[in-house]
Design a protein around this ligand. Structure first.
Ligand SMILES: *Cc1c(COP(=O)(O)O)cnc(C)c1O
Length: 388
């Protein structure tokens, strides 16, 4: 039985999550919500920034600052701000990939972010993906190689493999785009790897709200001639970021240090220890803990076995219980269609600092109990997903 099986269903679930969030904030207050997504969606702007926004003066100034801060963060000869990482990936593929050519994607662990195969489909390119370097090969007529630095579930590539792929690409003179949505910070601050540009990438894109206090948006950096092509295509289709986002990106980049991420490491070890007293479904991520859909199913099987719901749905339902009952926001509750169903509790987020680990444990525990109680009742599950 699948309760969520189309992008439209995912949007309905997301709208429901927003209604629940709104309900909690208006009835109890913002303090009753704990955004542990790691997509902090910070929006730092000053009154001066706001007054400049009202004219074309502001955007001109922000653009200059963006070039400066963007190059500090990502490297490259030029940067360009896009509406989302997905839009940047789309603009890149629309402008650099030819019909019927191959796009080869290497990532440390499947699944890939859906924006890459979906964009390839739009231009009728042949998309191939690999998560094992031994099988990785470049076919004739390849127009783009994509490397994911850190996956949606925060699995990070090794620098050796990264360099190996860059070398293969250079030998064949093929453009390399690095999808470093979270990796631009995770790889560098926690794993002490070099920036994608410094490792030889032609283009790198990051998400300005992942593991930093910036708005939802994408920032792409790289060789100037490529950025110019991507920018032209993005402008044709309206994929670029708008000035209010750009100023918040600039301020988010200025605000970023790796400290939050580094501090999360010891807390996550502590949380994992508490959780492992009772559960076997939790795994460590670089800055928190997570449950994937298969782990969740296995754990549930220890408690109850008369239910017929897909593993993906279990993840969505658990995320909605965590939100509605305990105010904990995780990605599967609020995600975009096709995003990972892994439930991550990210301890580098601002909200995680206002909750004791024992309390977080209690909240997770009682939500799991609720899940075991309702999972055999399809109507109840549907209600949690779609009707706040
Ligand atoms: C989050 C993410 C994206 C997409 O970011 P959006 O801002 O949602 O478009 C792409 N690739 C990876 C690896 C991601 O983690």
């Amino acid at each position: 039985m699948m309760l969520i099986y189309s992008s439209e269903d995912e949007i309905k679930k997301r709208e429901n999550a927003f209604a629940i969030i709104d309900d909690i904030v208006s009835k109890k207050g913002r303090n009753y919500l704990f955004d542990l997504t790691g997509l902090s969606g910070g929006f730092i702007v000053s009154d001066k920034d706001l007054s400049l926004l009202e004219t074309y003066v502001g955007p001109a100034i922000f653009e200059k600052e963006l070039q400066k801060q963007g190059k500090i963060h990502l490297g490259g000869e030029k940067v360009f701000a896009v509406n989302r990482t997905s839009s940047g990936i789309l603009a890149t593929i629309l402008s650099l990939v030819k019909e019927n050519s191959h796009v080869i994607h290497f990532l440390p662990e499947l699944p890939s972010h859906p924006s890459i195969p979906r964009s390839c489909k739009l231009v009728n390119a042949q998309y191939e993906e690999f998560d094992n370097i031994d099988n990785f090969k470049i076919l004739d007529n390849t127009s783009l190689i994509v490397i994911t630095g850190s996956t949606m579930d925060h699995k990070v590539i090794s620098e050796d493999i990264f360099l190996k792929i860059i070398n293969i690409a250079k030998e064949k003179d093929i453009i390399v785009l690095v999808d470093d949505a979270s990796g631009a910070r995770l790889r560098t601050s926690i794993f002490k790897q070099k920036r994608a540009w410094d490792l030889g990438a032609d283009l790198v894109i990051t998400s300005t709200d992942k593991l930093m206090n910036g708005p939802r948006g994408g920032l792409i950096a790289g060789k100037e001639n490529l950025i110019n092509k991507i920018k032209a295509k993005a402008n044709e289709f309206g994929l670029e970021a708008q000035p209010p986002s750009i100023i918040a990106m600039v301020n988010g980049l200025k605000d970023y240090t790796g400290d939050n991420l580094i501090n999360a490491i010891s807390r996550k070890d502590e949380l994992l220890k508490i959780l492992e007293n009772k559960y076997s479904m939790f795994k460590a991520t670089p800055t928190g803990v997570m449950i994937d859909e298969n782990g969740l199913k296995k754990e549930l099987d220890n408690f109850i076995n008369d239910f017929d719901i897909s593993n993906k749905d279990l993840s969505f339902i658990f995320a909605m219980i965590l939100l509605k009952k305990e105010g904990i926001i995780t990605i599967p509750a609020v995600s975009m269609p096709g995003a990972s169903t892994t439930i991550r509790f990210d301890l580098s987020t601002n909200d995680s600092k206002s909750i004791e680990l024992d309390d977080l444990y209690k909240k997770i525990n009682s939500s799991f109990k609720e899940l075991t109680d309702l999972v055999s009742n399809e109507d109840k599950c549907r209600e949690f997903l779609f009707n706040h």
